[in-house]
Design a protein. Sequence first.
Length: 247
Amino acid sequence: MRILLVNVNTTDSVTRVLAEQARSVAAPGTEIVPLTPFFGPESVEGNFESYLSAVAVMDRVAAYDRPYDAVIQAGFGEHGREGLQEICDTPVVDITEAAAHLACLVGRRYSVVTSLDRTVPLIQDRLTLARLDGRCASVRASGLGVLDVERDRAAAVEAIAGQARAAVEEDGAEVICLGCAGMAGLDTAVRAATGAPVVDGVTAAVPLAESLVGLGLTTSRTRAYATPRPKAVTGWPPHRSAALPLP
């Protein structure tokens, strides 16, 4: 089984962390293929970057020229999962929904601890769209940028664990979801600090993708995620060497 694990940002070191975490839980015989987009932001922390990333992720998957069995979109609260489902003939698993679904299986209510406060509304909107918000006690920001988590893992654990404890003690959460792909691998330390189950989205997504493949299930084509209609699309795929200036 071959699973494409697509980072939503262009930072290769983050892609390597995601791949290491995914491989740590993958079943024997499952190959994890990490992909970094050809273009896009170095980190995704807002709507502009998230929409840009969605196009970059679809472009990167479309450019992969070997067979694969499933795709994992490794960005918490990001856009683009629906587009991937339309263009891929295989199951597509988004780490946001994977983490929330698993959290609902082990506790009555869960909280998400993410990076910056500006990303909180994006995550809330994605959970609402997926109809997973009803059991979400809170979405809390650690105050760390995505790349800050990678640069200083010890400081990241301290900040995330502090918000996780507050979610348990003040918000009534029984399970914590790590709300940033760059937090992959921090679940054990945060669990030790809070005493509550902690779900990392990458860790959650891998066995879910394996299960869907094993059961022969993939995205329905009957309505919402039907294959795109044949038509001319100007400028697709994007020019991969072009610099994309920020506003």
